[in-house]
Write a protein that binds this ligand. Structure first.
Ligand SMILES: C[S@@+](CC[C@H](N)C(=O)[O-])C[C@H]1O[C@@H](n2cnc3c(N)ncnc32)[C@H](O)[C@@H]1O
Length: 321
């Protein structure tokens, strides 16, 4: 019962000490600070869904007139209130203890910040929280929708050979990788293939899925897939550039590794609900050869052709006899 509860709530209750890791993540912090500074105009009204320590609301408050910061975890609500009281413009931020799935601000807002992001849009409730917010907001205020930070997420999958041996101990586990570092234990076998382009302001389906093919660029043991989620935090229309942040890569081991050669076509299929536990992707994952399957079919059809030729030869011989 305890485990079931934990897995359902995973990503919903991130303990305070883990928030230190998030605060300490320079790429995350710099990206959000720059994006919020770009998007929030002086005097704007801002809503943050899933405020944590209140850091993103703090960035917004440097230009905004008012920030509503919604957080469900009571430990974080009191931490955010105490931190914000010690930071400049913290008095512009109202920290509200509520479930972001149901909360609406008392007035229209210009910007919504929501960082409930996990790689694959798994575990955390980014998709369902934003989807629910948009429906209820349009009913209450009749639009237009605010600008979202992040604006979009782009998801891709990449075939790799991963070294799962640890001092001779073989343990093919799901693992996380820093997207801004190099990885000695991983060898890329092909390019990442994009399977989802999600713009938060547009209507979207909460199912993340792919049914496609990847061509191998290298020979090797295809024993894992790398899941990549790049978040477009903001779009700068003046410079035609984006402010991006990658969540950690996730490596999913394959239950049956494939020995691949350059040029092989590999079929990959998966489907899961946004916010589902990590195993939802691996449970639905199907990986197999396309070209090797095609060559098997080809030889089967050749055998069939040969045997039908043989049968007509036998019939001809029988007729002669
Ligand atoms: C990944 S953290 C980000 C925190 C903060 N925005 C930051 O960037 O440092 C997501 C936060 O959303 C909160 N959260 C998750 N689900 C929520 C919900 N349904 N309603 C309100 N807050 C929620 C978590 O408690 C956590 O503090």
């Amino acid at each position: 019962m305890q485990n079931k509860f934990e897995s359902l709530e995973l990503g919903q209750f991130i303990p305070l000490h883990y928030h230190h890791n998030m605060l300490n993540d320079n790429n995350r912090m710099k990206g959000f600070k720059e994006a919020i500074n770009l998007v929030v105009k002086p005097g704007a009204k801002v809503l943050e869904l899933g405020g944590g320590t209140g850091v993103q609301s703090f960035f917004a408050a440097q230009k905004a007139q008012k920030v509503y910061c919604v957080e469900r975890n009571p430990e974080l609500v009191s931490a955010a209130r105490s931190f914000l009281a010690r930071n400049i413009n913290g008095d512009k931020i109202e920290v509200i203890q509520a479930d972001a799935l149901y909360y609406l601000p008392p007035e229209p807002v210009d910007v919504v910040i929501c960082e409930m992001l996990h790689t694959g849009l798994l575990r955390e409730k980014q998709m369902s929280v934003i989807d629910s917010f948009k429906k209820r907001y349009l009913e209450k205020f009749d639009g237009p929708l605010p600008v979202f930070v992040p604006e979009a997420s782009i998801q891709a999958i990449q075939p790799i050979e991963q070294n799962f041996h640890f001092e001779d101990f073989y343990a093919p586990t799901i693992l996380f990788q820093d997207p801004y570092a190099t990885h000695e234990r991983s060898k890329s076998l092909g390019d990442p293939e994009v399977f989802q382009l999600l713009s938060y302001a547009d209507p979207f389906n909460q199912i993340c899925h792919w049914d496609g093919e990847i061509i191998m660029a290298e020979n090797g043991q295809l024993n894992a897939l790398r899941l990549i989620t790049r978040n477009i935090l903001a779009v700068n229309m003046l410079t035609y550039s984006t402010i991006d942040w990658h969540t950690q890569y996730i490596i999913f081991p394959l239950s049956v590794p494939l020995t691949v050669t350059k040029g092989d076509h590999i079929s990959i299929r998966f489907s899961y609900q946004g916010g589902a536990p990590l195993n939802a992707l691996s449970d639905s994952l199907q990986v197999c050869f396309v070209n090797k399957l095609a060559s098997v079919l080809q030889s089967a059809s050749e055998t069939l052709h040969c045997s039908s030729n043989l049968q007509s030869e036998i019939a001809e011989t029988a007729n002669i006899l």
